[in-house]
Design a protein around this ligand. Structure first.
Ligand SMILES: O=P(O)(O)OC[C@H]1O[C@H](O)[C@H](O)[C@@H](O)[C@@H]1O
Length: 429
């Protein structure tokens, strides 16, 4: 939708002043919402609240006649804008591969759209570029998600695309979330390139194009990723907050204060590039991978996804990682008169003071969200969820025993907070 605000196509009435997308993303079908775009990008909370309250105001004053008049469909024009968008992706790959018409000829690439909106990528992008796509799956949109949830962070979803790649002997698997603002990939050996792996991969591509640039990520990224970006790729890792909008806005802000940044990306798979007008567009992220593969083939380096796998071979991933979501019971008397946010903040403050007084716990020197600590050869981050009454806890460690010890550290600090549901954490003790 965003591209309709920046595309010059008079026959399609573009550029439009604004566009609206209705989507529940990977959430259940009854949790639809609106995304609003102008040529400056996706709108944030303040603008959206403003629009909604003005809309409510107008609606309250509507007469029956004006409702009928607004239903007059003669002023509504339908245009096949998806074709325009998809062909811009096709052109980007052709250009990146030196102008070849069918630069993916000989590649076997599988798409798993998880019954979201990403099925178009097969017929409108991969096929015109010459790729074979047999074994692709779940291409028909169905908001009940009968196969798996379209979410590149979801284990079942990643297992499904991995299986399809291995069963079909494909070169690459691509998975999108429902509304295609997120994506991930699987190489020909079934290695998952999502979360830290996807960030590392896109960072490697971007840092080759813009040496030394800053990569903004969300807060739950690994220490191994920082090491990879800074020591292997020569970039700067700016680990910021969770939330794709936070990450993107931070990338834009850094540029505005003179710190060059070309990529802002979350472990969730939302990734935005400066060259793509800072839109978190999962299809464009995948286009960057396709260009890399097509260019390698054009340079005589053969077919396959090895060129991608090789880019991240030095990324050290932790042996064990876990995300444990601790629910706060909002009705519990332990909250007193405060909100769940106040309660969560209280817990984080307590955790911080315990960390400060324990020489075995090392607080991250720079941290923008929650409490991030190195301990027992690994690390943990406890923070407040962006939307829910939950304290998500991320832990990574070199072994199960280390993760257990780290979980124990957190447990000993939070165990007396009666409104916190510790069942999920206790499984790790
Ligand atoms: O804070 P959490 O509960 O983990 O949720 C955080 C997530 O919320 C939404 O899904 C946003 O789209 C993501 O960008 C964000 O990462």
């Amino acid at each position: 939708m965003f591209y309709s605000t920046v595309t010059d196509r008079e026959d399609m009435f573009c550029p439009v002043d604004g566009s609206i997308m209705i989507t529940a993303s990977h959430l259940p079908y009854n949790r639809n919402g609106f995304k609003f775009f102008t040529s400056s990008g996706g709108l944030g909370k303040a603008d959206i609240s403003n629009i909604l309250s003005r809309a409510a105001d107008i609606y309250a004053r509507l007469s029956n006649e004006s409702v009928q008049a607004s239903a007059d469909s003669s002023s509504i024009k339908k245009v096949p804008f998806m074709d325009e968008y998809a062909s811009s992706l096709v052109e980007a790959v052709r250009k990146g591969a030196g102008g070849l018409e069918r630069p993916l000829e000989g590649f076997h690439i599988i798409v798993d759209a998880g019954n979201g909106a990403g099925g178009f990528f097969l017929g409108k992008v991969l096929v015109p570029l010459g790729a074979s796509t047999s074994g692709s799956q779940f291409l028909e949109p169905d908001g009940m998600f009968p196969n798996h949830i379209p979410n590149p962070e979801d284990k079942e979803a990643m297992a499904a695309v991995k299986k399809a790649v291995l069963d079909n002997g494909a070169d690459l698997g691509i998975i999108f979330d429902t509304d295609v603002d997120r994506a991930a990939a699987v190489d020909s050996n079934g290695n998952e390139m999502n979360r830290n792996g996807l960030i590392a991969l896109i960072a490697a591509i971007i840092l080759a194009e813009h040496p030394g640039t800053t990569i903004v990520t969300d807060s739950v990224t690994s220490d191994g990723l920082t090491d990879f970006i800074e020591n292997k790729l020569g970039g700067k890792h700016h680990r910021f907050k969770r939330g794709y909008k936070n990450v993107i806005d931070e990338g834009i802000r850094l540029n505005s204060v003179g710190q060059e940044c070309h990529l802002a990306i979350e472990t969730s798979g939302h990734g935005a590039l400066k060259e793509n007008l800072w839109l978190d567009d999962g299809a464009y992220l995948m286009v960057k991978l396709l260009i890399k593969m097509a260019a390698a083939k054009a340079a005589g380096e053969g077919i396959g996804s090895k060129v991608l796998t090789d880019l991240i071979q030095d990324l050290q991933e932790a042996e064990v990682s876990a995300e444990i979501r601790l629910k706060i019971d909002q009705n519990h008397s332990d909250l007193g008169s405060g909100s769940f946010r106040d309660y969560g903040e209280r817990i984080l403050k307590h955790l911080e003071s315990v960390t400060d007084s324990d020489p075995n716990l090392k607080k991250a020197p720079v941290n923008y969200e929650g409490v991030r600590v190195s301990a027992h050869g690994g690390w943990f981050l406890l923070r407040l969820s962006l939307h829910d009454p939950v304290l998500p806890l991320n832990i990574e460690g070199p072994s199960k025993a280390a993760v257990q010890k780290i979980a124990g550290v957190v447990h000993s600090v939070v165990k007396d907070y009666k409104a916190l549901d510790l069942k999920a954490l206790e499984k790790y003790l």
